[in-house]
Design a protein around this ligand. Structure first.
Ligand code: ZN
Length: 471
């Protein structure tokens, strides 16, 4: 039973690997300033396509995000515009913002000044983003786009901020506009594919993925990412086209035609209870319905591309929980364990959006175990046996290369360290810690800023507690 208890958690390693490799390369090239941790928690790390703001090709120049503000249009408002520009350049951001906000209407109605004011808002947004992330820059980019919605750089900056903030304003209407203004960019098509996939329009998603691929010709990393995602979406589409879908308030559950009614009812009951119970504990409810796909056990492996030993998974690329069931003989207790655990991963994905990859694996898995209320007999056994402690710093990235023994220790420690965190600081503070990863903070910075405790000190104190509990 030992494998059975952890295998549903281990699975995803195989699943997303190739996708993530491509995605990683893609990100590194398009966003060089981003420090990527080795990604590999696959089950929980969403590999959403990041906005392809720039073209990482050697032959083509990168599309810049800042706009030229050196040449001020010869208008009667010249001096006031110059003043604001200088404040932006001197990084006096709030002063610049205040001056932009109170510009007289006559400037904004002037055909020459208006696009320049849009440029100033755009460049102010970039400075705000540099200091405080996209949460701070989104309103400046919005102002810029309101003033000049024909400027592709401004619209792409706004799209990127929306994307990072998982802002619902990145909707079909906005993306269609963006496609017109920036027709050569793959990103609007990627984002549209993501949107359609969310609405379960997989054929529409495939079409936009193809359009993104056409526009990513110069970018082998993005090409390979797109090819993998496209293959996945197509396979899912073909598998799921035979399925029946039923929705409850918060979930869409798809199942094979022969799936029996009682399993379907059980699944929805378990999920709705998880929604209430885990949502209350964590203080977060998903922003949209979560998709759960029940596969017949025999076809689970071929349908999801997961390894033979897989018991279920949360697939961040397709944003779906996938579970193999055996009709009426499905063990309800097992079903509840797997569904609740994967539901927490889905919830964390929803909470962090495109930054879920920054969350250390031990915290991601620990939260899944703590919030789902997992009980694993093999962990209890291991707790009192002889183990070689792995430092938490080695449990932040991929667990894929771990041996079965090491993975047991990894889950044991993740569970214990997260339990210790919640006991000591309370769930609300732990949620603050989780949210810190939205800005791609390092683990050390997040601990220091949110818990006012050095990571090292936390590690030492937790380890003492862990060793005590084991003896
Ligand atoms: Zn897990």
């Amino acid at each position: 039973m030992y494998r059975r208890n952890i295998r549903h958690i281990l699975i995803p390693l195989a699943i997303g690997l190739s996708v993530l490799i491509g995605y990683n390369l893609f990100l590194k090239q398009t966003q060089p300033s981003l420090t990527m941790r080795p990604m590999g928690t696959i089950e929980s790390v969403p590999p959403p396509p990041a906005p392809a703001q720039s073209k990482p090709s050697e032959n083509e120049p990168r599309l810049v995000r800042a706009l030229d503000q050196t040449v001020i249009p010869p208008t009667p408002h010249r001096s006031i515009l110059e003043e604001i520009r200088d404040e932006v350049e001197k990084h006096n951001l709030s002063l610049a913002e205040n001056k932009l906000k109170v510009l007289p209407a006559s400037i904004l109605s002037d055909g020459q000044s208006k696009p320049f004011v849009a440029i100033l808002w755009n460049n102010l947004g970039l400075q705000q983003e540099r200091l405080q992330g996209t949460r701070a820059s989104i309103s400046a980019f919005k102002k810029a786009a309101e003033l000049d919605e024909t400027n592709p750089v401004i619209l792409m900056n706004l799209a990127q901020a929306y994307w990072e903030q998982r802002d619902r304003a990145l909707n079909a209407e906005f993306l269609t506009k963006l496609m017109k203004v920036a027709p050569d960019e793959p990103f609007p098509h990627l984002a549209m594919a993501d949107l359609l996939q969310e609405q379960d329009d997989l054929s529409g998603a495939t079409m936009h993925l193809a359009q993104a691929a056409q526009r990513a010709k110069q970018d082998p990393a993005l090409q390979s990412y797109l090819a993998t995602v496209t293959a996945k979406v197509q396979r899912t589409q073909s598998v799921e086209s035979r399925m029946t879908a039923r929705s409850s308030t918060h979930f869409v559950v798809k199942f094979d035609g022969e799936e029996d009614q009682s399993t379907w009812t059980s699944v929805l009951e378990i999920l709705e209870e998880a929604y209430r119970d885990i949502g209350q504990k964590f203080g977060h409810f998903p922003s949209r319905p979560i998709m759960v796909v029940l596969h017949a056990k025999e076809s689970f492996q071929s349908s999801t591309g997961s390894p033979a030993w897989a018991d279920g998974l949360y697939d961040p690329t397709l944003d779906r929980i996938q579970i193999p069931t055996q009709g009426a003989t499905t063990d309800r207790k097992w079903l509840a364990t797997v569904l609740r655990h994967e539901y927490v991963h889905a919830l964390l994905h929803d909470r962090l959006g495109s930054h879920a990859g920054a969350l250390p694996t031990w915290l991601n898995e620990g939260l899944a175990m703590q919030l789902a209320g997992d009980s694993w007999p093999d962990l209890d056994e291991a707790r009192h046996g002889e183990i070689k402690v792995i430092p938490l710093t080695s449990l932040e990235g991929a667990w894929g290369a771990f041996s079965a023994d090491a993975s047991i220790v990894a889950y044991l420690e993740a569970n214990s360290a997260t339990h210790y965190l919640i006991e000591r600081w309370g769930m609300a503070r732990v949620d603050d810690l989780v949210k810190a990863f939205r800005t791609n903070a390092s683990v050390a910075t997040a601990f220091q800023d949110k818990l006012l405790t050095p990571y090292e000190q936390f590690h030492r104190q937790w380890l003492e507690h862990f060793e005590q509990a084991r003896s």
